[in-house]
Design a protein around this ligand. Structure first.
Ligand code: NIG
Ligand code: FE
Length: 411
């Protein structure tokens, strides 16, 4: 099946197949083609060019994109989209003055979500998560990373990862999965953290690996959660199963999470709301990608990741939603794009690069996703009629997406 997009006002993010991760001033450039066409065959972008020279041959379907912009779908490289229920009550508690950490200390937070998830059947969990996935696909997400971490028992962690995998098999969106057993310490392990870390290393990791349920491993490296030493131990154990780290670091405190991530060749270190000069130096001497989650900063009223400073220091930056019930109950990449511009001082070009090509790198999908490249997946956003691409982050509360194509299928 051939689909031709014609009269595209501007086609964004045109790269050749060898495009590397963008750093520093490279992030300022967003290659585009005005007055363009693009040809899809089945699930693949096969060609594109200027309207001056249109393709010939049999076309099954033509979509007129007059006045509209076409760009690659968003890649959301950090989510916890598989969860049960919600934490609306904690949202109200925070409005009334409690902090995220105080709520967690009272047994709320991640443990609250774990309790709900353990009591939810696999099918119900799938149905709740599928509804969220359908929503974010309509908002332009074409590839998504999904973490476990609300199970906190071997059985419940496996249940979460099976649901995440099944989402990827059911929908055209590409799913990458991450094992996050070290998300919080279960109540039964109070004062016995080493035992829980051992359970992760000796029971959970082998079980996850034997069912081939995860592409990556994650740890919430933070005061009150998992220390640098715990993180080091878990990442070492995970490397035996070929799991590359993508870890939660520096959300509230800079305690050495960046260095331990770099030591283990992490694909990404995510959050980074609090960043020290040493953290910047560590990242400058590494291949690790910094991932900022500005919707979490917005929702928790905590500092924004210093995205401008990270880019100016030559560090590759990606942006993601962190969709989860406690700290970022949204999977809207369009909002993330706007927040990156407004709060982190990224230009629209930098933010679009951070949400597409760099984000594809941050989930190991740069060979198939994140740019308009012949041979890559036909994962595309067609906007409504808008004056320019900067209008997307500028109009932060509106939805200017008209159509989404995911692996060649209209969503
Ligand atoms: O990325 N910080 C750790 N994990 C999630 C939030 C977990 C929760 O509150 O449920 C995050 O913000
Ligand atoms: Fe997260």
């Amino acid at each position: 099946m051939n689909v031709l997009l014609t009269n595209i006002k501007e086609l964004l993010q045109i790269r050749d197949a060898s495009t590397h991760l963008l750093k520093g001033s490279e992030m300022k450039h967003l290659p585009t083609l005005k007055n363009a066409w693009l040809l899809i065959e089945d699930d693949t972008i096969v060609d594109f060019g200027s309207m001056m020279a249109q393709p010939e041959g049999n076309i099954d379907k033509t979509i007129d994109c007059s006045g509209k912009i076409v760009l690659p779908s968003w890649c959301d490289s950090h989510t916890h989209i598989v969860f049960a229920g919600n934490r609306e009550q904690e949202f109200v508690d925070r409005i009334n003055g409690l902090t995220y950490q105080e709520i967690a200390l009272k047994g709320g937070g991640i443990l609250n979500s774990a309790e709900k998830l353990q009591l939810t059947s696999e099918d119900d969990l799938f149905a709740q998560s599928a509804q969220r996935l359908e929503e974010v696909m309509k908002l332009g997400t074409g590839a998504i990373e999904i973490k476990s971490g609300y199970g906190l028992t071997t059985e419940a962690e496996l249940k979460m990862l099976r649901v995440a995998k099944r989402l990827g098999q059911t929908y055209p969106v590409t799913v990458r999965t991450t094992f996050l057993g070290a998300h919080a310490l279960p109540k039964e392990f109070t004062n016995k953290k080493d035992d829980y870390v051992d359970l992760i290393c000796n029971e959970m990791l082998p079980a996850v690996a034997s069912e081939n349920l995860a592409d990556y491993v994650d740890v919430f490296c933070e005061e009150g959660y998992f220390s640098v030493k715990d993180t080091d131990k878990i990442l070492s154990a995970a490397s035996k199963y070929g799991l590359t780290p993508k870890i939660h670091v520096n959300q509230f405190n800079s305690i050495g999470g960046v260095a331990v991530g770099v030591k283990h060749n992490a694909l990404s270190v995510d959050h980074l709301e609090i960043v020290s000069d040493d953290d910047i130096r560590e990242l400058q001497h590494s291949n690790t990608i910094a991932v900022a989650l500005p919707a979490c900063s917005f929702f928790l009223s905590i500092p924004y990741t210093p995205g401008r400073a990270l880019i100016d220091a030559g560090i590759p930056l990606a942006i993601a939603t962190d969709f989860n019930p406690g700290s970022s109950p949204t999977g809207n990449m369009n909002f993330v794009l706007a927040a990156a511009c407004i709060k982190m001082k990224l230009t629209p070009e930098e933010a679009i690069n951070a949400a597409t090509i760099n984000a594809a790198h941050a989930m190991g999908l740069s060979h198939t996703h994140g740019s308009i490249t012949k041979g890559k997946k036909a994962n595309l956003i067609i906007t409504k009629e808008i004056p320019s691409y900067g209008f997307l982050p500028y109009s932060f509360g509106s939805n200017y997406i008209e159509q989404v194509i995911c692996n060649g299928e209209l969503v």
